[in-house]
Design a protein around this ligand. Structure first.
Ligand SMILES: Nc1ncnc2c1ncn2[C@@H]1O[C@H](COP(=O)(O)OP(=O)(O)OP(=O)(O)O)[C@@H](O)[C@H]1O
Ligand SMILES: [Mg+2]
Length: 359
């Protein structure tokens, strides 16, 4: 990347905007890079030089950062952090004055970085408006769900206690104990709901990092193994070596996977040869974790409501499990999909960012 060669040395009076060496012919690649609507920046981290910026990048930095000022560009794009944490190929959102930049840093050689940068201020504004509208639409639905979920056990406790009080003289100790136990079961339901509501707002700002997936999953599975063993559920794993490193908050993903495993275990109650198979693999810069059970499956009409709050088929369920799972994953740039065939199987697929090599 020798930038010292003079443009006039080139027979076409034109130099490559990247290497600055004379072009041997029409350099359509350089022209394309210069003209695309996304900002592109090339940094030489050894020489501490900005060796390339296309028009769009110059436009993004205009009036704020000198486009050839390595230190300024590197500070805006958070380059030192990426190098220290070896965090490449991951999209990050960066504040830039009163604007926001979407930025992905690629390491193209030992000392060269290639950075895609876009001004996402307008997109974020529209997203937050859409989210606010969505929240308002969902709020009424959620309030009525909570009222219903709390109202049922509270009414039931009230009825139980009233009957007990009106008959306190006539009832034996055993009968009174039975009424108290009934009320305690309802109180547990209320407690479960409150616990789930607390989980809903946990991991709002996940602490994402590079995590080695095989030991992480093995440790997690050893926690549930005793419970699954007592229900005769067989656990199988197939963890592919290329899916070794993920980028996520280990505590939040533990919550996600335990929720999915609990659902699988519930679906396996009373089934023949109950089995849960967990597999991992990698597609590009994403890690896929699949959890398959051969349980009761999900009826078609229920499928479209799976991620709606309070959708449950269980007497003890709150129907918030998958809602919380989806929210936690989205906070970690992850997704979840569920495919199910009734009375055959359910496959839950989690898709999360792959990590960068640990140093
Ligand atoms: N692996 C599965 N197999 C069959 N049905 C499933 C599976 N996973 C989820 N479901 C269905 O989706 C519903 C919603 O699941 P979700 O985890 O959100 O709530 P829940 O398990 O009912 O209650 P909780 O809030 O305690 O998790 C379940 O009640 C169940 O009917
Ligand atoms: Mg659940």
């Amino acid at each position: 990347m020798d930038s010292s060669i003079n443009a006039t040395a080139c027979s076409h009076k034109k130099c490559c905007p990247i290497s600055k060496t004379p072009c041997l012919g029409e350099c359509i690649y350089a022209n394309i890079l210069d003209d695309i609507s996304m900002g592109l920046v090339g940094l030489d981290i050894k020489e501490r030089k900005v060796f390339f910026q296309n028009k769009q990048a110059v436009e993004i930095f205009k009036g704020t950062v000198q486009s050839k000022d390595y230190d300024a560009v590197s500070s805006v794009l958070n380059i030192e952090d990426c190098i220290t944490a070896n965090r490449f190929n991951l999209r990050q959102t960066l504040p830039f004055g009163n604007r926001f930049l979407g930025c992905t840093v690629y390491r193209i050689a030992e000392s060269y970085l290639w950075i895609y940068v876009t001004d996402i201020t307008e997109k974020m504004r529209l997203d937050s408006i859409a989210e606010a509208v969505n929240t308002m639409n969902n709020l009424g639905y959620i309030f009525s769900g909570i009222r219903h979920e709390l109202g049922n056990p509270i009414n039931s406790i009230k009825t139980t206690m009233t009957v007990c009080r009106n008959n306190i003289q006539a009832y034996s100790k055993d009968t009174i104990l039975e009424y108290i136990n009934r009320a305690m079961t309802d109180i547990t339901r209320v407690e479960d709901l409150l616990k789930d509501l607390k989980n809903f707002s946990m991991y709002e700002n996940p602490d994402r990092r590079n995590v080695l997936i095989p030991p992480y999953l093995e440790n997690l599975l050893s926690m549930v193994a005793p419970d699954f063993g007592s229900s005769n559920i067989k656990i199988k794993t197939a963890l592919r070596p290329e899916a070794e490193l993920g980028y996520f908050d280990p505590r939040a993903l533990q919550h996600v996977i335990l929720n999915i495993l609990t659902n699988a275990s519930d679906a396996l109650q009373g089934r023949e040869n109950p089995e849960i198979a967990i597999s991992t693999y990698r597609i590009g810069d994403r890690i896929i974790i699949k959890v398959r059970d051969n349980g009761c499956g999900i009826p078609d009409e229920q499928k479209k409501h799976l991620f709606k709050p309070f959708t449950t088929t269980k007497t003890q369920g709150t129907g918030l499990g998958l809602v919380i799972v989806k929210k936690m994953l989205s906070k970690m740039d992850g997704t979840i999909t569920i495919v199910s065939t009734q009375n055959v199987e359910t496959i839950v697929t989690i898709n999360i960012p792959a990590g960068s090599q640990l140093v």
